[in-house]
Design a binder for this molecule. Structure first.
Ligand SMILES: NC(=O)c1ccc[n+]([C@@H]2O[C@H](COP(=O)([O-])OP(=O)(O)OC[C@H]3O[C@@H](n4cnc5c(N)ncnc54)[C@H](OP(=O)(O)O)[C@@H]3O)[C@@H](O)[C@H]2O)c1
Length: 280
């Protein structure tokens, strides 16, 4: 299969390229500098010229706090451009895989969110991603919209790296304990995104790591697995305010008959730390 990947230089994008190549797909990897997905005519030309069998759109505005002050560019990228990419794929008869986020939910639930639950984003980022889901679905009947959660991977700034840096520099960190989610290793998610294309189970999918934890519990596990001595203290979201509101609980479950179950988050962290050790 020939797969065109947009946003191919990002944290998830790089792992998607690697996962697709690993199973011998032909990959056209377009980074931001190769293709600006907000430039609709260029997107149309690039996709038509490449004539891919599938498109995976990893381009996105992912600065959750930054989106609060920049709603228009975030909307242009996460919603309008998502629709443009999906439509260009539809034009050449190709399915589109479009990652989305647990931040489309408000966190009021006390059980894992399933695909049919009603979204209610608390932030501009969440609202733009939800608008993107709708635009993708409207533009391409062969869509796989995949909500995932709390990503960390080797090719991007992420919570694990932040914790390890602060832990080593300061020997003490304070982390919020009242936000619970599923920290998901991009290596595991990328494999699932590529494997989705083997079927035609179109629509909305929740695919995230197994289990759930708070950011505080995640930090404790990071130091434990990495063998870093660090005093880990907890605080509430109220004590550590950020520009964007986050859901207190955004664990993703699925109601799909043929669902993708990823390894649990501790396993994802182990894989990440192993990959990181090899790279150094
Ligand atoms: N990170 C998370 O915790 C998380 C959680 C759930 C879902 N997701 C979703 O997962 C997907 C991938 O996220 P990620 O964590 O891999 O983010 P990322 O590392 O920020 O990757 C996004 C990529 O998009 C590129 N990009 C930005 N503007 C672009 C444009 N106009 N045209 C083309 N490319 C552009 C960026 O390139 P430059 O950096 O060069 O601008 C970057 O390479 C997103 O849809 C995100 O919403 C992320």
């Amino acid at each position: 299969m020939r797969i065109l990947v947009t946003g191919a230089g990002g944290m998830l994008g790089r792992d998607v390229v690697r996962a697709a190549e690993f199973v011998n797909h032909e990959v056209i990897a377009l980074e931001h500098s190769d293709l600006d997905v907000t430039d609709a005519p260029r997107v149309q030309r690039a996709v038509t010229r490449a004539a891919p069998d599938a498109v995976i759109n990893c381009a996105a505005w992912t600065d959750v706090d930054g989106a609060e002050a920049n709603p228009r560019p975030a909307e242009r990228l996460n919603a309008t451009a998502a629709g443009t990419v999906a439509a260009a794929a539809a034009y050449v008869g190709a399915p589109v895989v479009h990652p989305s986020t647990d931040y489309v939910f408000d966190g009021e639930s006390r059980r894992p969110y399933i695909e049919s639950d009603t979204p209610h984003p608390l932030s501009v980022y969440g609202a733009t991603k939800l608008a993107g889901e709708h635009q993708v679905a409207a533009a391409n009947p062969q869509h796989f919209v995949v909500r995932s959660s709390w990503l960390f991977g080797a090719n991007g700034r992420n919570f694990v790296e932040t914790m390890l840096r602060l832990g080593r520099e300061l020997g003490e960190v304070v982390v919020v304990r009242d936000q619970v989610g599923c920290p998901t290793y991009t290596g595991h998610l990328a494999d699932a995104l590529v494997r989705l294309l083997d079927g035609d189970d179109h629509g909305l999918h929740h695919i995230a790591a197994g289990g759930a934890c708070s950011w505080f519990e995640f930090a404790v596990e990071i130091f434990e697995q990495a063998g870093v001595e660090c005093r880990t203290l907890s605080c509430t979201t109220e004590e550590f305010p950020r520009p964007a509101r986050r859901p207190a609980y955004s664990v993703l479950g699925t109601e799909r008959d043929y669902a993708f179950y990823l390894p649990d988050w501790q396993n994802g962290l182990r894989s990440y730390l192993a990959e990181r050790a090899v790279a150094r």
